[in-house]
Design a protein around this ligand. Sequence first.
Ligand code: GLV
Ligand code: MN
Ligand code: MN
Length: 411
Amino acid sequence: MTLLINPNRFKTDFDALAEIGSTGDGGVNRPALSAAHLEARRWFLQRAQEAGLETRVDNAGNHSAILQSPTSNARTLLLGSHTDSVPNGGRFDGALGLLAALEVLRAVKDAGLRLPVHLEAIDFTDEEGTLVGLLGSSALAGALSAEALRNPRGGRAALEEGMARAGLAEAGLLDARRDPQSLAGYLELHIEQGPRLIQSAVKIGVVTGIVGIQSYRLAYHGQANHAGTTPMETRVDASLGASAFILTARELVMREYPGCVVNVGQMSFKPGAFNIIPGAAEFALEFRSPEVKQFADLERALLSLAQFIARQYRLELTLEPAGACTPAPMSLTTRAAIAAAAESLGLSHIAIPSGAGHDAQSLAPLTDAGMIFVPSRDGVSHSPLEFTEWEDCVNGANVLLRAALKMAESG
Ligand code: GLV
Ligand code: MN
Ligand code: MN
């Protein structure tokens, strides 16, 4: 079998999608369910229809192109990624994997291959978490809770506005589960978003597992007061708690939690003026670990650190969870299929973990899930500077094609 994807068609699509929500500096701004994101999804369905593929949009807004198998009762091999982006993100994150999936379906169709599985290229809703995070894939997995929708990372109002724009309903989101028995597996091509492949000059990453990610909204409450007349000794300054937490949490993770990361990506002081001591400091905390027990230990350690700092600075602490997904190992079957595919193409490969979240972690408890990484220049992602050589993108798409054919063999 010497089947390969069509690199020119793939590039034409890649460049066209990068225009939708383009920020003019190589990046895209397509937050989930924004006007630009919805336009990208319409464009994807149109490209699928032009290729003679079936299309489908489910209750969670996941957009699919489908190449039906002639076999009765065939299962479905999902190949996916996402068209949403972080605010001012890069043009490769998500788009590459989805367009490679579409290209795989077209290559198989053009070659007239009759596979014993349906192939479905799926664009999952809100992978990035500007609203909820892994929204479409967790809905498909039957793992989405009403609670997760009540208090999402991006705030309830943004979720409601996005759902209204996209014509989605909460009841539908909670009822988008697919029968795991109907699935033959899930494969996703993605840029690595880190430096390991580039640094080791290896072409393909076979992902071993995906980190767990947990988010909290925290706030320290002190006493707003006059910034000029209140002596330094008597201030109850909420900004000190937040600042101390950021610095100490970093030290704690670097000292005691190897392989883990912590991030405070948003902060605001209230009331928020030059001449008022902050009465409150609100901030968005996220932390990640590749391993279940370590993930739980890290959560306990960070939350007790937050309490300790509150006492130290005479502040009150409030916190609310804002979403979580657990660490997910990738299946040995998919890892073997991806490694064999890379070898059949003469591409070097190594096993690597993913520090980024991906829809594959929603699918992993249900079906064989696996991911293929290609090198990211300078390891940069979630930035307009995100870049992967086109040759590497084509390599990744061909590995996806061959790994899919391998997975399809077992029906
Ligand atoms: C998604 O890309 C994430 O890892 O936050
Ligand atoms: Mn992504
Ligand atoms: Mn991303």
